[in-house]
Write a protein that binds this ligand. Structure first.
Ligand code: PLP
Length: 378
């Protein structure tokens, strides 16, 4: 098949497929970003952001990818005095560690091998040592398809009095994150994941406590400046105007669907993807108890590397899934099923996987994966 971006089945771990309404929203003439029309767009975005976060708070939109949101939060909230504790159990935990160390002089990283669940006891022990002012955690480790159990450590973070800073980039709108119940102070979301908007914007939620603790970090990503501007339906610098228009439409779509519905659909798709994978004899990479509902990460079967599996999906069936990162390149592949991903996407992907495995004489039972999916469809 010739690769055609207009017709592919798009199941990478973000960016995700974008609804045509959202795409069309970007094709407008240039707008004056200081004019009334655009201020009204920003106002609508502000009013809709609580739908995405499932909570009210100080919420800003930054021009820049998810990492810009992380840098904004860590540079403005990692304390210059006192300790910061970070957890790393995947590539994005490692990135948190790198950014946190750039801004904080006293960072402790609790590490476990990629794909292992949150080391709750080790985290509690670090928090109990005292003087922890910030605790940074990736909610959903996209790199290994693993969800970290925030609820298990939230009471200890509160007890320690630390700011709870969460990378929710591949979790927001895909995995429940009760911000207020868990006492989370900052959450970063990426426009290109559960929200199903184009890549290039970072959304940041901040608690009152976090806003009170903001200190100047980087100039461009100064959160205090963004909070103040957004309260006036403005942005401190020239924003990515077309992306803001797309974000507004993606938020309207989310509101029409309802956050609860999107979360439930994502969870059902994930359950179906896991069951279908099991029926194909494919093994989950992360500890299955913590398998992510937005990204399913699977080990490549023995002897079948990227060319035979992932590249064949793309070449022969026009289906895009994602490979592994870092040391996992060629060892795992990842299917994203967040945002507006839906049942037909899964059916097509698993039908193709069945055929590929069949060709290699590795298919346990023809039709088994599809039956698992069909059995779970509403
Ligand atoms: N954190 C997590 C959990 C992610 O999934 C990603 C991207 O996939 C990032 C951080 C980095 O975001 P971006 O590539 O948008 O800068």
């Amino acid at each position: 098949m010739t690769f055609d971006p207009e017709t592919v089945t798009f199941l990478i771990a973000g960016p995700v497929r974008i609804h045509p309404r959202v795409l069309r929203a970007m094709s407008t003439p240039s707008l004056n970003h200081r004019g009334d029309y655009f201020h009204a767009v920003v106002q609508e975005i502000r009013e809709l952001l609580p739908v995405a976060f499932g909570a009210k708070g100080h919420q800003v939109v930054l021009t820049g990818s998810g990492t810009a949101g992380l840098e904004a939060v860590y540079s403005s909230l990692i304390p210059k005095e006192g300790r910061t504790v970070v957890v790393a159990n995947g590539n994005f935990g490692d990135r948190t560690d790198k950014i946190a160390r750039r801004y904080g002089p006293n960072v402790t990283t609790v590490r476990v091998p990629w794909g292992q669940g949150l080391p709750v006891e080790a985290v509690r022990a670090e928090l109990e040592k005292g003087d922890v002012r910030a605790f940074c955690l990736v909610h959903n480790e996209t790199s290994v398809g693993l969800v970290n159990d925030l609820a298990a450590v939230a009471p200890a973070v509160r007890q320690a009095g630390a700011l709870f800073l969460v990378d929710g980039i591949s979790a927001v709108c895909g995995i429940p994150l009760p911000i207020e119940t868990w006492g989370v102070d900052a959450v970063v979301a990426g426009s290109q994941k559960g929200l199903a908007a184009p890549a290039g914007l970072a959304l940041v939620h901040l608690s009152d406590r976090a806003v009170a603790a903001l200190h100047p970090g980087t100039f461009y990503l100064d959160l205090a400046a963004h909070v103040t501007s957004l309260e006036k339906n403005d942005t401190p610098w020239t924003p990515a105007v077309p992306l803001f228009l797309a974000l507004r439409e993606a938020l309207v779509l989310l509101k029409e669907e309802g956050l609860e519905h999107r979360l439930a659909r994502t969870q059902r798709l994930a359950e179906a993807a896991r069951a279908a994978s099991g029926a194909l004899g494919l093994e989950l990479f992360p500890d299955p108890r913590y398998a992510s509902d937005t990204v399913t990460a699977l080990r490549n079967p023995e002897g079948l590397g990227d060319p035979e599996l992932r590249k064949a999906l793309e070449r022969e069936y026009g289906i895009l899934v994602q490979g592994g990162q870092g040391s996992l390149v060629g060892k795992i592949f990842r299917l994203g099923h967040m945002g507006i991903a839906d049942w037909p996407d899964l059916l097509v992907a698993f039908a193709a996987l069945e055929r590929i495995l069949g060709k290699h004489g590795r298919l346990p039972r023809p039709g088994a994966a599809l039956s698992e999916i069909v059995a779970r469809m509403p």
